[in-house]
Design a protein around this ligand. Structure first.
Ligand code: ARG
Length: 464
């Protein structure tokens, strides 16, 4: 008794239907339907090119394009019935096309394969997503510049080892995040260049016997270049790995930033106010206001690192060319994109809304001997060697700890116990303002320099 193969796209050589579980196990439509827009975009370009080189007639091209356009509207209207038995987004759309426009729909796949089709779709999709992400980075950076400018004169303790180190401008502190995000931006721009190369025309692995003109599809799809080798074109996913690497670094930065916001909103630091709309309460402890958004972003960095490792492992040792393994590229990449985009969006919304508690920050900076280095530098200017100054100030700090007095609170007589080089001009350097204003060079924390850095930042963003 003969059995009817189920899949109309490749059923020809099969003598029994695919096992129902295997069909579900191997299908990707549940997640790759997300590529529908780019799949249709690629197909329209391919059909246009086929007509241009005479493989399709103009009438055939037009009915294919009309059919695909109508399918896109149906999908967007939620009126498309995705079928798992048709495996993936590509075969679902092709089958529907044939249903709509008849036999000419079956000609669309001339001179291509799902292998170059899917590689093209992912690149088109990722290119667009990178642009959205770049926009969110810029929006977050704008927020940082505004806050930095507004709070250039606000002084907080700067930390090393999470111990009070030296006073810094709050604006200066925020601009550190601006710098990191600028590098994240550059990395993604760079990754976009290598994503934006066209594998279409590689066909299954070896190219095609039809007289295709890849420069036509390249131009129609807005790719920067045509992939130079068909085997490589269908199989490598290095661009997706590169994206995840860049995304991991960006998430790492956001996780550090998150950690600071979590610390700063705690009762122990109490440095900033984070508006209620970015927080949630506790079901049992009525007093709680938890910084959920930064906590979640901090936590989400883990899944993006995981996707980087997952994709590296997916590609490791794969022989040329396409292997079904590659179907596993999509879910990690999609999730990495979603996670980074949403995390950036949350930060871009949140950062302009944070408010420093100026008096608390100032109080914290006054505690912890944050101007000790300034006193040492002062003694250096009086002619003493730096190492001796370090020792002298160390003794003064020890005295201060015993007496519960900061350096600026000691009298001249008290300070002179440690060095007779100290005179009453010392108090100018022991103030917080004296300390930050003295760091007056490119990249330093003097408010004047913070404002200059804001200006440079604005210029950078204006060039994008
Ligand atoms: N769904 C497949 C994927 O995502 C499309 C390519 C299938 N190619 C094949 N020869 N089975 O990778």
């Amino acid at each position: 008794m003969s059995q009817t193969p189920t899949n109309q796209s490749w059923g020809g050589r099969f003598s029994e239907p695919v096992d129902a579980f295997v069909a579900r196990f191997t299908a990707s439509v549940e997640f790759d339907k997300r590529l529908y827009k780019h799949d249709i975009q690629g197909s329209i370009a391919h059909a246009t090119m086929l007509a241009k080189v005479g493989v399709l007639s103009d009438a055939e091209r037009d009915s294919i394009i009309d059919g695909l356009t109508a399918i896109r509207s149906d999908i967007e209207a939620g009126q498309f019935d995705w079928r798992v038995d048709l495996e993936d987004v590509h075969m679902n759309i092709e089958a529907k096309l044939t249903e709509r426009v008849g036999i000419v729909g079956k000609k669309l796949h001339t001179g291509r394969s799902r292998n170059d089709q899917v590689a093209t779709d992912i690149r088109l999709w990722l290119r667009e997503e990178i642009d959205v992400i770049l926009g969110e980075i810029t929006r977050l950076q704008q927020g940082l510049l505004e806050q930095a400018e507004r709070h250039a004169e606000v002084i907080m303790p700067g930390f090393t080892h999470l111990q009070t180190a030296q006073p810094v401008s709050f604006g200066h502190h925020l601009l550190a995040w601006f710098e990191m995000l600028s590098r994240d931006y550059e990395r993604l721009v760079d990754c976009r260049k290598r994503t934006n190369r066209m594998p279409l025309g590689s066909a299954a692995l070896a190219g095609t016997t039809y007289p295709i003109d890849r420069s036509v599809t390249c131009e129609l799809l807005g790719f920067e270049a045509i992939s130079g080798n068909s085997l490589d074109g269908v199989s490598d996913r290095d661009f997706a790995i590169e994206f995840c690497a860049a995304a991991s670094l960006a998430m790492m930065h956001l996780s550090r930033f998150s950690e600071e916001l979590v610390l700063w909103t705690s009762a122990q630091f109490n440095f900033i106010d984070l508006p209620d709309r970015f927080c949630t309460g506790s079901s049992i402890m009525p007093q709680k206001k938890n910084p959920d958004v930064p906590e979640l972003v901090r936590g989400k960095s883990g899944r993006v690192y995981g996707h980087l490792m997952g994709l590296l492992t997916l590609m490791k040792s794969q022989p040329l060319a396409y292997n079904k393994d590659n179907q596993e590229d999509k879910e990690p990449l999609f999730d990495a994109v979603d996670t980074l985009r949403d995390s950036l969006r949350a930060f871009a919304d949140m950062i302009p809304a944070i408010q420093p508690k100026v008096a608390v920050m100032r109080e914290a900076a006054l505690r912890g001997f944050s101007t000790a280095t300034d006193l040492a530098d002062y003694l250096v200017r009086k002619g003493l060697p730096f190492r001796d100054c370090h020792e002298i100030v160390g003794k003064a700090v020890k005295y201060g700890v015993d007496q519960s007095k900061d350096l600026a609170e000691m009298s001249l007589e008290e300070l002179r116990q440690f060095s007779d080089q100290i005179t009453d001009d010392v108090f100018a350097v022991l103030t917080l303002e004296g300390s930050v204003n003295a760091r007056d060079h490119i990249g330093g924390t003097a408010p004047k320099q913070v404002r200059a850095a804001v200006g440079r930042g604005r210029e950078l963003l204006a060039q994008r």
